[in-house]
Design a protein around this ligand. Structure first.
Ligand code: COA
Length: 221
């Protein structure tokens, strides 16, 4: 079994309406279709890497190749966990969580998207709450950070509602244009004061912790 040899495939997070886990190949294809059907208003690019630019074919391929890239370059000291978000068994988006030297920094950062048909129903909050539970309750994080470009009220709304505080501005260049990025930071005390969702964690064992830099690693890196 894949999960026997690559333990992060064992990890599942469950919320009231969602399951977050790694997809198999067919499910990754369905996820790519969800993105190809549209992620945002084409007039507003919400991402620093504009992977949603281009035809549905290009967008679908970008989803698949990004997923394989982050799995393929997995490193216990520098990981990006690309959770696929399933709603009623259907892949609807991605909630990623990154740790860089996590055992020392105790800080994670996150990024996410949902197909347009599923937005605005509280699912963005629910999936971010799931990975925050993983980080704070299970992995011992002290901080989680995020960012949203000026005008991305849904993304800012998720961060604000879950207790993040404003953490300064950045001015990245995206598609040749200077953008304003609001940075967000959630400390442990604010997470504790604001977490409302019931989250179930399945499969977080010593081998998975090792792949997250929190114990003996099962991979040579
Ligand atoms: C950002 C995203 C993941 C949020 O998920 P979502 O399911 O749409 O958001 P939710 O329904 O959980 O809403 C979160 C909060 O934002 C508010 N909100 C949602 N959409 C909003 C909008 N268009 N304008 C203003 N507020 C909005 C909600 O009311 C809610 O706040 P509340 O709990 O105080 O009422 C999703 O909209 C998305 O994928 N957008 C396109 C890609 C993207 O922007 N990714 C993030 C890049 S930083």
């Amino acid at each position: 079994m894949l999960a026997d040899r690559f333990p992060i495939y064992r990890l599942r997070l469950r919320t009231e309406r969602l399951e977050l886990r790694l997809p198999d190949f067919e499910e990754l294809g369905e996820l790519a279709e969800a993105a190809a059907a549209g992620v945002h208003d084409p007039a507003f690019m919400p991402f620093g890497v504009p992977w949603t630019e281009g035809s549905p074919d290009v967008v679908a391929r970008n989803v698949i190749s990004w997923h394989h890239r982050v799995i393929g370059r997995w490193d216990a000291n520098s990981w990006t966990f690309p959770f696929t978000v399933f709603c009623e068994g259907e892949p609807i988006g991605v909630q990623d969580i990154k740790g860089l030297q996590f055992a020392i920094t105790r800080e994670v950062s996150t990024g996410s998207w949902i197909g347009r048909a599923h937005q605005g129903k509280g699912l963005g909050k629910e999936m971010r709450a799931a990975v925050l539970h993983l980080a704070f309750a299970e992995l011992g994080a002290d901080y989680a950070t995020s960012g949203s470009y000026e005008g991305n009220d849904a993304s800012a709304g998720v961060s604000r509602r879950l207790g993040y505080r404003e953490d300064g501005l950045k001015f990245p260049v995206v598609q040749g244009v200077r953008r304003t990025e609001q940075r967000w930071r959630l400390g442990r005390a604010d997470w504790e004061a604001n977490h409302r969702h019931e989250i179930e964690v399945v499969g977080l064992d010593q081998d998975v912790l090792g792949m997250l830099g929190l114990g003996p690693s099962v991979l040579a890196t």
